[in-house]
Design a protein around this ligand. Sequence first.
Ligand SMILES: Cc1cc2nc3c(=O)[nH]c(=O)nc-3n(C[C@H](O)[C@H](O)[C@H](O)COP(=O)(O)O)c2cc1C
Length: 345
Amino acid sequence: MSVVDARIARRPDAPGLFAALAPMDGVTDWVYRDLLTRMHGGDSGISLCVSEFVRVTRSVVVPKVILRHCPEVETGGRTAAGVPVFVQILGGQPEPMAGTAIRCVEMGAPGIDINFGCPSKTVNGSDGGATILQCPQRLEAITAAVRRAVPESIPVTVKIRLGWENAEHVEDIVRSIEQGGATWLTIHGRTRMQGYRPPVDWSSIGRAREAVRIPVVANGDLNTVADVEACRRVSGCTAFMIGRGSMGRPRLFRQLRGHRDPELDAAWLCARLREYVRSILATGGSEGVALGRSKQWLRLAAPASPIYEGLFTALKRSKELSTFLAGLTPPGMPEPPTQFVAQAP
Ligand SMILES: Cc1cc2nc3c(=O)[nH]c(=O)nc-3n(C[C@H](O)[C@H](O)[C@H](O)COP(=O)(O)O)c2cc1C
């Protein structure tokens, strides 16, 4: 087995449940990935992680930037608990995208994910993310360039939305990505114009799934076991990616596998947030970064429970990390014990 083969990640169409942790810029950094995948002694239920996006403009991205987004490339492309982490790249030019993909793989990435879903005005305005969905030929050209650049055994996956304005052309979009040689596809069931507004459209993910032979991973508003079951029924997908739902319910990945963990546990979540802060500081992050990222975690967890909502409302204006941490205790509960600091990969 070659070094590259040893890195191979589980495919979404392999037997059993595939449940990936979604990339979320500004919060699912390596510390978050480490914390979540180490839960329950490494039996977290998470099949795969994807890094926050690495922005590719005119030239190949330098190793320092790749390492900042995905330090796991130095530890076999896996988190400490052994879950593979694909490096996500975002850009509109085939050549620097391909060059960056090669560099990521040479540095140790077990897979490359291409972001054609980012709705940010700044990113779209500089020819990246969801803007490329408007031109299927470009989706194909960029995917094909990245696919050709990296060894065949390394998956090249693509993450998209249903379309720019509406979901009418989703079949053309996914066929062009399949034609470009993607190994599998993840679809967030919203359009670019929709942003994050409801409703999520799992049935158009189903139409897309039927239009291609490559596996399709469903994504969007999968916040509970019941949501995943409903999405499976509506879309026909058997592989899922979960983002915001992981913030309030990090045990969702295990619950999907039949574990009877408590649905919500505020003391436990506060302990995870404290660990998150400590680990960011212990590995050179500033107090400002730790404060910003942990507020973002709490903001995204808030819809899961009135307790988290209350904590977020109370703490969202904290200007100092110490104030934030002092308030991070659910009502009526003693400060939870804290146990470990994440190991820098
Ligand atoms: C704060 C935030 C940051 C995100 N950053 C990324 C990113 O870097 N790359 C990406 O492909 N998607 C990104 N997404 C989109 C998510 O991966 C996911 O597709 C979306 O949140 C829908 O899934 P969910 O309902 O499970 O959260 C981001 C979403 C949020 C809320």
